[in-house]
Write a protein that binds this ligand. Structure first.
Ligand code: ZN
Length: 139
């Protein structure tokens, strides 16, 4: 069995951002030389997500508004977590809803995604360097 691991680094200009990382994951699959197996993609931080859904700007805005309704950033005092001196209580909740990781089958050297499926990095406490792990195993 072969295995390939790589980090994708991000430093988003905004507190919250949604980035389509499918091309970067496909590049890692190519680099791996693996044609049959599994590809794990996970956020290495507890205030960011990796998820799969549609690349459609309306939907990305809808997600952002929905998440902000569920777990508003302000007032910062609404989260006990922020008593530690942090201000990212909302980001922990947003990450929990949007998830930590995705696993995609690798078939014939391609990510075996559904017709509209794309892999996204969801950032909820950005403006600093954070990373995503891509780990591919197979043959
Ligand atoms: Zn925190």
């Amino acid at each position: 069995m072969k295995s390939h691991r790589q980090y994708l680094w991000f430093n988003t200009p905004n507190r919250r951002d949604y980035i389509n990382i499918t091309p970067a994951v496909e590049q890692e699959l190519q680099n791996s030389g693996i044609t049959e197996g599994l590809c794990l993609v996970n956020a290495m931080h507890i205030t960011a997500s990796v998820y799969i859904n549609d690349e459609e700007s309306g939907l990305l805005q809808d997600y952002d508004e929905w998440l902000e309704k569920l777990a508003p950033h302000e007032p910062i005092s609404r989260y006990r977590h922020n008593r530690t001196g942090e201000d990212n209580g909302d980001a922990h909740h947003k990450r929990q809803i949007m998830g930590r990781e995705v696993v995609v089958a690798v078939t014939d050297g391609q990510l075996d995604l559904g017709p509209w499926e794309q892999i996204f990095y969801g950032e909820f406490d950005g403006r600093r360097r954070k990373r995503v792990m891509v780990k591919i195993i197979g043959e």
